[in-house]
Design a binder for this molecule. Sequence first.
Ligand SMILES: Nc1ncnc2c1ncn2[C@@H]1O[C@H](COP(=O)(O)OP(=O)(O)OP(=O)(O)O)[C@@H](O)[C@H]1O
Ligand SMILES: [Mg+2]
Length: 233
Amino acid sequence: MLEIKNLNTGYDKKQVLFDASINVKRGEIVSVIGPNGSGKSTLLKAVCGLIPIWSGEMLLNGKKLNGNEPPDNLKLGMSFCPQGNRVFDELSVKENLDVGGYILNKAKLSLRINEVLEIFPMLKERLNQEAGSLSGGEQQMLAVARALIPEPEILLLDEPSLGLAPYLVKELFDKLVELNKQLGITILIVEQKVNDVLEISNRTYGLKLGRIAYEGTSEDLINNKKILKELFL
Ligand SMILES: Nc1ncnc2c1ncn2[C@@H]1O[C@H](COP(=O)(O)OP(=O)(O)OP(=O)(O)O)[C@@H](O)[C@H]1O
Ligand SMILES: [Mg+2]
């Protein structure tokens, strides 16, 4: 579904990613792990069109993504949940969801908000609450909910567990599995919570210094502490 081939990119003259190739098949949860600064966020930013690529090829369902901006990719079915900036604090939950559907017409937006609220019932009770007053876990759920409004086929998530207590990480990851299993949403997730993400993903790529240093099933990696250690050395 998503094919990233020999991606090279970086910032100004500083190269961050070197010949990175990643494949995500329809229906999979694929994780990308690696130390701080290894280029995980850069990879997702390049794929969703937030930063230009230097060379390589990116395809979604066979359509070229090279040169696309995020709204172009959204229309092709790819939604992105960036690292850190979760929600618009001063906007209500409802307004945050509206923002997520900026490419939709009014009727479709209202339909999608209702559908997404069925998946996240705890947001339903808080529609008029300021997003900034939600708990960390609720804010992250809102961020994921917002990304789902345009009805993406593939969801890109950058460290959704950041700053969450362990039980909230579990709750969020259970929700991601539910989205994947019940709605068939394909997921590409970047994570530092390695043990948790290996549990929910089918396959994993390890990034080290901007290069893909490992590729395999998550199951193999769970049982191979040596590779994990090398990756994070
Ligand atoms: N906007 C930017 N301008 C210049 N350099 C940047 C920029 N964003 C990231 N970098 C650099 O690119 C490299 C990779 O950063 P990136 O954010 O992709 O890492 P990461 O693997 O996501 O790390 P973390 O786990 O800490 O989120 C780092 O050396 C970082 O300093
Ligand atoms: Mg990052």
